[in-house]
Design a protein around this ligand. Structure first.
Ligand SMILES: Cc1ncc(C[n+]2csc(CCOP(=O)(O)OP(=O)(O)O)c2C)c(N)n1
Length: 1223
């Protein structure tokens, strides 16, 4: 026999146990809860009294069968039950005089008869109850717990309620089923409020949330609601709600608790310990331990009768999914007229008389503050105040009890939202500025679009509050992203951007600097200033963004992460982001989800973002019932366990409280949090829109709603916090500030785009010649060092077991180094490594980049026997190197590419690369490419050196793994096809300086090495769009020598023909230009057909900007050659439509010598197409000079990027090569 550890309390009969005797408990009688997460079969329990007179249960060891997994887990929670008949006395039915302890109990009973105080209180209660004729099994009262109660423990004595003013423990009172039920009901109600109170919260300033708009314009007054509530308490059931609850029960019979899934055995491999579940529980790393800990915390005293209410209660937790209650209530007409309190209360039966009974409060509520028990009436009042007033909180889905309790603690105590007079005055002053700014703009530019904030002016004080608290808690830099609504106001009143700069944007002035600029409500800004409230310096940046709603979210996160990284702010204590959203966009745009999913990933986390939704309950002309299927616009945040605070925008103090809590939450847990400011939009979508066309009822209501500033000023005047004169004074002062700035703005003659830069690079441009670029080659010693390190397992770690296949790869790498050659992967490693050596941080991010989609890279070596033991050679090249980050991303293109763009704009001294799994997938991130990468500098004077690696090539893999859509990037290149820049020594860098991005399709590892390094050698930053190979990664000819990479070498935009053809150029009959991997097909074909002297092949390693100068030289070298562009892509794709007009410009006035037709020089068609043969030297007299043109050699036009048929693919390639060889 082995003793069972833990607190044991006998509560209820299940089996035929007698004290001191063994009892047999059938497996199915043991409540499964106790053993959940363990595979324990209990067949025998032995119950006896211990020295403290507690009942102790032991069990036969052989009666317990453990599964392998749970072998070492002690059984901590056991509830056993006793039943027996009492042999004598008036307590005849009680079973306390049985078994080995009977003599002891008998003695105690006799002692009690003579003096009730001589025994323990619990025995006193027991004997008293039994003597009074209590039913068998009901006479027992639990002894006072010697140990302090832990969370969620409720002593049995507390189940016995007492009248108001009396202690709740009524010794001697019998514990009957009603008492237990009532107690549970109170707990369940408390929990229901915590879980669902937000559904009934009064968060809508328009008061249109409780029914269909036509019927219900008003909300029940608070007192009416309370009356209804009490009335309901006297009601048994309300049918409609009951049905829903029944549904919940069915739904949840499978689940023990909303967190039960955390301990469910879902993983067939059983390797998920240490995951979120474990972290959320804040416990150890072992699954079983967590499960026990969680359940021990929650249900220590739970026994059978509690099971049903618990299940029901958990049903309510999940009730959000069914009870859709958007703030406007217009998307959920079926719920119209049904008070949510009905849904909350309808399961519990209380009479009016119960209202004054005192109930013990569980430790999961803080409504009592110091009181451990309260009358039911007060409990309900406080719950109403906390959960159903102007703040609705969603947090019960969070998988951490600690975090749930943290929130309860800040939201439940009575009066938590109260502000002192100073705080109130500050809110009023900030509101005055927010409203005053919009009024001023409306007055001066009444018909200009500004996407005003009217209706949600509280956003400004809210943001300032978040910033104040965060600064107080240590944050020094805040990066913000936001849409159009209220943006100018944020710049003016949150960032304190000089007002005259804002006002000049309305004046239609020309720009002083380069760029195409953007509309005023998209521009970014960067400000460093003193926060007057905290007296600390703070940097505020609002990222420039396009019209595309929410597209800036990942960019902000990337920028934030980068800033944290460069500051060494590993926990996000100094740098944080705030993202603002519109309600429709937050719910509708998928990138919100993609961004949120980055929030807890090691290489992407920003350690918590504060999201603020300016929820005006409308998106342009569409109301929520047509724009989303979720209950709230914020539901997306639930996936990352972010607490969501819905708050009525017309209650400024409630908003400020929520902001305080959100900022503290972020500082405490470093996790996302959402503030949903429910408000309205006083005007149309913009200032010239008529909202009554589409939302007549809503707008009638809005017209009858006083602006929040007026309401709050009235409130503070009534409270005596301010006088009407003071209110007016603050208003007038701000108006005067605006007028002064207006006068100043009128004197400006130009605007400056650089005033709106969100990411200044101090020190980067200063002192640099913008047209000077050092060569990108590297000394051979460095190449060798990097090559060797990259080819070696971790030094001094013989036990690090590497996969055999990988050992072979490392060996091959080492051989290449010894032979002074590189393949693609080695060239890349050398580019990265050499930059790291020079102090340049390199970050490579994307799907499966660590290994490489094509298993060629292997930047992270994994120990074959030890989990998480990895080695990254490039991070260990030199002791003083810059950090190297290589990170597999979430399966997202839009989100991750946006993130890396944000990262890249933060520090110019970093090489930031994003790799698409296959180039095709870049179109999922099209918005980032179009709106940020190709046009970012032109619109926002902001540079980025981001590199996009895009596997591209027609290799018979079907339509979707072939094309990175090179043509699209080229089409967006801004260089003029009709203009050939004048030749100069700095031609290359000059072109790069003027372009919007670089598009390249390199064919050799050395080119790849140089073009990556050139990104950093440039005295400015440009995005690089790079088509990268797939089969070439292993192509035996796709190798480069160290000679092409060593000191003094540089990137070759064009690699000219270097074979036999180049030795006798005038005899060359065809000069083919190509780019990328098709070169190797052409090379092979030419070799096989023995045409190496007849056909020259030149490779365009950089396609855009177009290397006019080098192409011109190559063309000139072969005066007799017909010119052809060979590509593997279809004619309407690839480079053809980009290079063709540029060749035309280049070839203008250039003439080719062609033979007069004597019938031997090819067909009329080939002549027409410019494929006439070159004349033999001795027939020069028989030649004519014709304009030089370039013709097309490639696949015909097509709708799909590539065929799905291998046979068709091969045929197409054959034709292409056939045509290439026609002379
Ligand atoms: C991706 C995208 N789609 C459509 C639009 C056009 N658009 C501009 S504002 C707007 C409504 C946005 O509603 P909401 O997010 O609630 O913000 P609000 O304007 O109400 O503040 C729409 C659809 C856009 N800007 N971006």
């Amino acid at each position: 026999m082995s003793s069972v550890k833990g607190l044991l309390e006998v509560r209820q009969v299940c089996g035929n146990a007698h004290i001191g005797e063994s009892c047999t408990v059938r497996k199915d009688e043991v409540p499964p809860l106790y053993f959940l997460g363990r595979h324990t079969a209990v067949s025998k329990l032995c119950v006896e009294l211990d020295k403290q007179k507690r009942i102790k249960i032991t069990m036969a060891e052989d009666s317990i069968s453990y599964s392998e997994a749970s072998k070492n887990i002690p059984l901590l929670t056991v509830v056993a039950t006793i039943s027996a008949s009492r042999p004598k006395s008036s307590a005849a039915a009680e079973p306390f005089l049985n078994g080995s302890s009977s003599a002891y109990v008998e003695t105690m009973y006799n002692s009690w008869l003579s003096d009730p105080n001589s025994v323990h209180a619990s025995w006193d209660a027991f004997f008293r109850n039994a003597t009074n004729g209590a039913q068998p099994g009901t006479a027992y009262t639990a002894p006072p717990n010697l140990a302090p109660y832990s969370r969620n423990e409720v002593p049995l004595t507390s189940l016995v309620p007492s009248p108001a003013g009396m202690p709740s423990i009524a010794a001697g009172s019998p514990v009957n089923e009603k008492i237990i039920d009532d107690h549970l009901a109170v707990q369940a109600i408390i929990r229901s409020y915590q879980a669902r109170g937000h559904l009934a919260a009064d968060v809508d300033p328009l008061g249109i949330t409780t029914a269909d708009l036509p019927e219900l314009g008003t909300r029940a007054t608070r007192s009416e609601r309370i009356m209804r509530k009490y009335f309901k308490f006297g009601t048994t059931h309300i049918q409609s709600g009951r049905d829903e609850n029944d549904r919940f029960c069915k739904l949840n019979d499978k689940h023990i608790d909303s967190r039960g899934h955390l301990v469910a055995q879902l993983d067939p491999l059983g390797i998920t310990s240490g995951n979120t579940a474990v972290r959320a529980a804040g416990e150890g790393q072992v699954r079983g331990f967590v499960s026990e800990a969680v359940f021990r915390q929650n249900f220590r005293f739970v026994h059978d009768p509690l099971r049903f209410p618990l299940v029901k209660l958990t049903g309510e937790i999940r009730g959000h999914h069914i009870a859709k209650l958007d703030p406007l209530e217009i998307a959920n007409a079926h719920l119209a007229g049904k008070n949510q309190r009905e849904v909350i209360h309808n399961s519990y039966r209380f009479d009016e008389a119960d209202m004054d009974r005192v109930f013990k409060l569980p430790s999961t509520t803080f409504i009592g503050e110091k009181d451990k028990a309260l009358p039911l009436r007060e409990i309900l009042n406080r719950l109403e105040q906390a959960y159903c007033n102007n703040i609705g909180i969603e947090f019960m889905f969070i998988n951490s009890l600690e975090q749930c309790n943290w929130i309860r603690q800040r939201m439940e105590p009575p009066g938590v939202t109260k502000m002192n007079p100073d705080e109130k005055r500050l809110i009023l002053a900030r509101l005055t500025r927010a409203a005053g700014f919009e009024n001023f703009l409306a007055k001066k530019w009444s018909s200009e679009k500004r996407f005003g904030l009217e209706g949600c002016e509280i956003l400004i004080p809210a943001m300032k509050q978040v910033i104040d608290v965060s600064t107080r808690l240590g944050v020094e830099s805040i990066i913000m992203g936001m849409p159009h609504r209220g943006r100018l106001n944020v710049l003016a009143n949150v960032c304190r951007k000089p007002l005259h700069q804002l006002f000049t944007q309305f004046a239609g002035l020309e720009a002083e600097d380069d760029g195409s600029g953007d509309v005023k409500y998209h521009l970014g800004t960067y400000i460093e200033r003193l926060n007057r409230v905290t007296n600390k310096n703070i940097r505020l940046a609002v990222c420039a963004n396009p019209s595309h709603l929410e597209a800036v979210d990942p960019v902000v996160q990337g920028k934030t992460r980068a800033e944290q990284f460069y500051r060494g702010d590993n926990e996000g204590k100094k740098v944080m982001s705030i993202l603002l959203h519109g309600d429709a966009a937050f719910a509708g745009q998928g990138v919100v989800f993609e961004t949120m999913h980055l929030s807890d990933l090691p290489a992407y986390t920003t350690h918590g973002t504060i999201h603020i939704v300016a929820n005006n309950q409308i998106g342009f002309t569409t109301d929520p019932r047509h724009s989303r299927s979720s209950a709230y616009c914020t539901d997306v945040a639930r996936v990352v366990n972010a607490p969501i605070f819905h708050v009525n925008g017309d209650n400024p103090e409630a908003v400020m409280h929520v902001c305080n809590v959100a900022a503290e939450w972020r500082a405490t847990f470093h996790k996302d949090v959402v503030i949903d400011i429910v408000s309205y939009r006083r005007n149309g979508h913009n200032e010239v829109d008529e909202p009554m066309f589409t939302q007549p009822l809503m707008y009638r209501k809005i017209r009858n709603t006083k602006p929040v500033l007026e309401k709050y000023a009235d409130q503070l005047i009534a409270e005596g916090v301010v006088t009407a004169a003071e209110v007016k004074d603050v208003k007038d002062k701000y108006e005067k500030i605006c007028e002064d700035a207006y006068t100043q703005a009128k004197q400006e003659t130009h605007i400056k785009y650089k005033d709106w830069l969100d990411s200044p690079w101090s020190g980067f441009f200063e002192g640099k010649d913008p047209l000077k670029m050092p060569p990108s080659g590297v000394v051979e010693e460095t190449l060798v060092h990097i090559g060797k390190r990259f080819s070696s397992p971790p030094p001094n770690a013989a036990e690090f077991e590497i996969h055999k296949g990988l050992l072979r790869i490392l060996k091959t790498r080492m051989e290449m180094v010894e032979n002074r050659t590189v393949d693609w992967a080695l060239a890349e490693a050398m580019a990265f490594g050499s930059l790291l050596k020079e102090g340049i941080h390199v970050r490579l991010s994307g799907e499966d980049v660590e290994r490489g989609t094509f298993s060629h890279r292997h930047h992270v070596l994994h120990h074959q026997k030890v989990d998480k033991a990895t080695y990254c050679p490039l991070a260990h090249l030199y002791p003083d190197q810059a950090p190297y980050t290589v990170c597999n991303s979430s399966l997202s293109e839009y989100g991750v590419l946006g993130f890396e763009v944000g990262y890249s704009v933060t520090n110019p001294n970093a090489l930031v690369l994003w790799e698409a799994q296959f180039g095709d997938f870049n179109n999922v991130a099209q918005c980032i490419i179009d709106q940020f990468i190709s046009s970012g500098q032109a619109k926002w004077v902001r540079q980025s050196g981001i590199v996009l690696l895009q596997p591209h090539g027609m290799e018979g893999m079907g339509p979707e793994h072939s094309s990175a859509r090179l043509e699209r990037f080229l089409q967006m290149s801004a260089d003029d096809p009709d203009y050939m820049p004048p030749e100069s020594t700095d031609y290359e860098v000059r072109q790069l300086h003027d372009c919007n991005w670089i598009v390249a399709n390199c064919s050799s590892p050395a080119s790849y090495f140089h073009i990556l390094r050139r990104q950093i050698m440039l005295p400015f930053r440009k995005p690089l769009i790079l088509m990268t190979p797939k089969s070439l990664l292993r192509h035996p000819e796709c190798k480069s020598s160290f000679d092409e990479m060593k000191e003094g070498t540089t990137f070759r935009r064009l690699i000219p023909e270097e074979g036999p053809a180049s030795k006798n150029p005038s005899g060359v009959r065809k000069l083919a230009f190509c780019s990328g991997r098709v070169y190797y097909d052409l090379l092979k074909e030419r070799r096989e057909r023995n045409l190496e002297s007849d056909i020259a092949i030149a490779r365009l390693e950089q396609i855009s900007p177009f290397p006019f100068d080098q192409i011109k030289a190559e063309v000139a070298k072969y005066p007799n050659a017909q010119l052809v562009w060979s590509q593997e892509e279809h004619k309407n794709m690839g480079s053809w439509s980009y290079i063709e007009p540029r060749f035309r410009t280049l070839l203008q006035n250039q003439r080719q010598i062609r033979a007069k037709s004597h019938g031997s020089g090819g067909s009329w068609l080939s002549q027409l197409l410019g494929r006439a043969p070159a004349p033999p030297a001795d027939r020069a007299a028989d030649t004519v000079e014709v304009p030089r043109t370039i013709s097309y050699n490639g696949r015909p036009t097509a709708a799909s990027p590539a065929t799905g048929s291998k046979a068709a693919h091969n045929k197409e390639l054959k034709n292409l090569l056939e045509e290439f060889c026609v002379l």
